[in-house]
Design a protein around this ligand. Structure first.
Ligand code: SF4
Length: 373
């Protein structure tokens, strides 16, 4: 019987020329993520989904490990098309190995035998047609790390653009100049998980902090709409000093970047820390606000974090978008994305109007177009 690795090996194409370079006669370097793996003949990258076979870098293609319709607030994007349906797909594999991963079924499928998710054979056109049929405004590459499967994401995003949809990455931000330039023309929104501000913590997760900080700066300079999330894990990344340095860095890139601080719950292999409390989130949020961040949100604990689910005008403090979890209770931005009370422009990629919310909770589309492999 074919293993999952066999199944995925058959679903590959040659890497985009921008994302690979020969190092020597039979060694290649991959540039799809910050590891920049040197790959001898036959070797798999750290991500376990890109590999050198016969001097060609093979990369994932033609399947998804999961599809789901999410409210855009779940990604989370709070400053883009409020209430929109975000048609979300992922492949398999990741370049990090976070023990608390909340998408481990897709991200760790090739490392962890318990993490099995049946892939589905799809075409970019079928995927986007389904997104349109369901009324989605945004197509999102998520669930596994999108940077490592950028060729496939770009193919889908090209179809999505033809249909007038926005496109987004939900990513750990472990990027390189080459991969960001490669996706730049096709990505509208980008969420980076800023997991810590300590390189030692990133090394525990299998990465380094420098490529993540580079990605955040570069995305902002490129004009791609960026929101950041920090999953607050008690005892891991919640010291006042670390949050102070982290939020000062974000503010130095731009005080207009929304920062979401979200609650950890025991998951996957990380069961030691206690769950994050509302008070911990509010303390972290206060540090971000004191450092000048204009849009700070607290997530995963609906109704328990005071005003930290709402968007306020940073000039006159009027409430502009009122939320309960992913549910939009009130929307007051003008068609131009300004505050109706004082006229201040609120940074983001707002729609010209709030057209209602198709769903405030995720659901799986029941399309027959996708064939289980
Ligand atoms: S995507 Fe990253 S981990 Fe995978 S082969 Fe390329 S550089 Fe290595």
């Amino acid at each position: 019987m074919a293993t999952l690795a066999d199944v995925l090996e058959a679903r590959t194409v040659e890497a985009a020329a921008e994302l690979v370079e020969p190092i020597s006669k039979d060694r290649l370097r991959c540039f799809a993520c910050g590891h920049e793996c040197p790959l001898p003949e036959g070797a798999l990258g750290v991500c376990k989904v890109r590999f050198n076979r016969g001097g060609t870098l093979h990369v994932p293609w033609g399947y998804v490990g999961g599809v789901q319709c999410d409210p855009i607030e779940k990604k989370p994007f709070f400053h883009a098309r409020s209430g929109a349906l975000a048609f979300s797909f992922g492949m398999l594999g990741c370049d990090l190995h976070c023990s608390y991963c909340q998408n481990w079924v897709t991200s760790q499928a090739l490392r962890d035998p318990e993490a099995v998710s049946p892939p589905l054979d799809v075409t970019p056109a079928d995927l986007v047609d389904e997104a349109v049929r369901l009324g989605s405004q945004v197509v999102v590459s998520t669930y596994n790390e999108p940077l490592i499967t950028s060729e496939w994401a770009v193919a889908i995003f090209k179809e999505a653009r033809k249909k007038g949809l926005l496109t987004a990455y939900v990513s750990n931000g472990n990027g390189t100049p080459r991969v960001l330039n490669y996706i730049r023309p096709w990505v509208d929104l980008y969420k980076v998980d800023l997991k810590s501000f300590d390189d030692r913590h990133y090394r525990q997760l299998g990465g380094r902090i420098d490529p993540i900080l580079y990605t955040i700066r570069a995305l902002h300079e490129m004009g791609i709409w960026l929101e950041l999330v920090t999953l607050l894990i008690p005892g891991f990344n919640d010291s006042a000093d670390e949050l102070q340095r982290l939020t000062a860095f974000v503010a130095s890139v731009s005080p207009d970047i929304p920062w979401h601080v979200t609650a950890f719950h025991k998951d996957y292999r990380m069961n030691d820390p206690e769950n994050t409390t509302p008070e911990m989130l509010m303390r972290a949020a206060a540090i971000g606000e004191a450092n000048g961040l204009r849009f700070v949100y607290a997530g995963n604990l609906p109704g328990q974090v005071g005003d930290l689910e709402n968007t306020r005008c940073h000039h006159c403090r009027a409430v502009l978008v009122e939320r309960y979890g992913y549910y939009i209770q009130r929307y007051r931005l003008t068609a131009n994305g300004t505050c109706p009370d004082c006229g201040t422009t609120i940074p983001g990629r707002w729609g010209t109007r709030f057209g209602g919310q198709i769903t405030a909770s995720p659901f799986v589309p029941g399309s027959r177009r996708f064939r289980v492999i």
